[in-house]
Design a protein around this ligand. Structure first.
Ligand SMILES: Cc1ncc(COP(=O)(O)O)c(C=O)c1O
Length: 431
């Protein structure tokens, strides 16, 4: 090329959660029966969509109006409905004009970081959900800036670390949090959220709270929405129907913007996001139209409660089995549907590989030779047992380990997954 046409931050665009699938597919060709434990798609793992939700969506699919474009910011009736839900909670008041729809939160994340001034950084948690951390890193052209989630304290954010980084780095313009968190399953108590907002207030920052899993909280986790604690600080909550209905293939997510008009610079930034969406015309109509019908239905809250109770049981089941394995640490998830297995770094220095079929071993030799230590173990686990997990090194952290999901819907298969994991790790890590 006469000119370099590659974006400065291009090498930051990594999504390990899906990248491992390429390897898994190759192994399937070599005869390995792969169990996909990498991706947070409840439908792929066997969850049936509640018949009444399906009926609503079928009804909409039969209505010609669902096939039209919608307003750039999203369907007005839906935005009014959602603004009303926020206002009923108490806290920050918003109107329909403070909501912007996207084709899934993935789209919202890309747009937010694509149009954030390059020098303005957003500090996020480590471990980090890679869509967010990679988008932020790619926007800036540098590594993502992070504050620590402490595994010794149930993955609560280290607020001293956060404040120090904010104080000494004036390029930081925003704080990102994910609550409940992916990949750790941590749920931040209201007090922790208030302290994060307080840091933002004192240093004149905005807050982004990814609330994808806000209604999947269990095992004693207690939290609230950002809108309830944001006060007068500029903020954005990111919401989605992907994991709640669940309808990840619907590609429907939205931003709730708080205190937009209290800061002229923040206001201009939000207007830029809307202008960018306008160039695309709008986001998909039908899933938006379903929101007041589904979320306004009296069956919705019991539906959410029922799902949370299922994940609560699965989390306990997995932790009970895995915590007997020497050399690993698992904190009980209290939200979302992931489980992070931390591996003691010392056990990882001389772990024993599991035997793999010869062709599989030959295929994995090269990728294993250049992989981070935890990814090497994840490859071996995949090659030997077919379990496809995601190494923690793909989540912007130095802590070795991997993430699995609590999504397998077949009780027998799920138990087999935990026992296979426990037995494999015991063989790999015992001295
Ligand atoms: C924390 C978090 N944010 C955002 C997303 C993306 O969601 P969507 O399907 O709405 O793009 C995910 C998906 O796994 C997620 O875990």
């Amino acid at each position: 090329m006469r000119r370099n046409i590659v974006w400065e931050g291009a090498d930051q665009l990594h999504y390990e959660i899906r990248e491992i699938v390429g390897t898994a597919h190759k192994l399937e060709e070599l005869g390995v029966e792969v169990i996909y434990e990498n991706i947070g798609d409840p439908v792929q793992k066997g969850e049936e969509i509640a018949p009444w939700i399906r009926d609503i969506i079928t009804g909409l699919a039969s209505d010609s109006k669902s096939y039209a474009y919608t307003a750039t910011e999203g369907d007005l009736n839906t935005r009014k409905f959602l603004a009303d839900l926020v206002n009923k909670r108490g806290g920050c008041e918003i109107t329909a004009n403070d909501l912007i729809f996207f084709n899934g939160l993935g789209d919202a994340v890309s747009t937010v970081f694509a149009f954030l001034k390059r020098e303005a950084r957003v500090i996020g948690p480590s471990p980090a959900y890679s869509t967010l951390s990679s988008a932020e890193a790619a926007h800036s052209g540098y590594n993502h800036m992070t504050y620590t989630l402490d595994p010794e304290k149930n993955w609560m954010p280290d607020l001293d670390d956060l404040e120090k980084k904010v104080r000494y780095n004036d390029s930081i313009a925003g704080i990102l949090l994910i609550n409940p968190d992916n990949p750790t399953g941590a749920v931040y108590p209201t007090e922790v959220l208030k302290q994060i907002v307080d840091i933002a207030r004192r240093y004149d920052l905005f807050v982004i709270s990814d609330e994808t899993y806000a209604h999947i909280v269990y095992n004693g986790g207690k939290t609230c929405h950002l809108s309830e604690v944001i006060g007068e600080v500029p903020g954005i909550a990111m919401r989605s129907i992907s994991k709640e209905y669940p309808w990840p293939g619907g590609r429907c997510g939205w931003l709730e913007v708080f205190n937009r008009h209290r800061d002229a610079n923040f206001d201009s930034f939000i207007q830029t996001l809307i202008n960018a969406k306008r160039l695309e015309v709008c986001s998909t109509t039908l899933p938006q139209l379903s929101i007041p019908l589904v979320m306004g239905d009296p069956r919705y809250i019991p539906h959410l409660e029922g799902r949370a109770a299922i994940f609560a049981e699965r989390a306990v089941e997995a932790v009970d089995i895995l915590n007997k394995v020497p050399g690993i640490r698992v904190n009980l998830p209290r939200g979302a549907f992931y489980l992070t297995v931390l591996i003691d770094p010392e056990s990882l220095t001389n772990w024993k590989t599991l035997e793999m079929p010869p062709l599989v071993e030959e295929f994995l030799r090269e990728p294993m030779s250049r992989a981070a230590p935890d990814k090497k173990l994840v490859y071996n686990l995949l090659g030997a047992t077919g379990l496809c997990t995601v190494p923690l090194s793909g989540f912007c952290t130095d802590l070795p380990g991997f993430r699995v999901t609590l999504l397998e819907n077949d009780d027998e298969k799920r138990l087999k997954i935990w026992h296979t994991l426990a037995e494999s790790l015991t063989s790999m890590l015992s001295s």
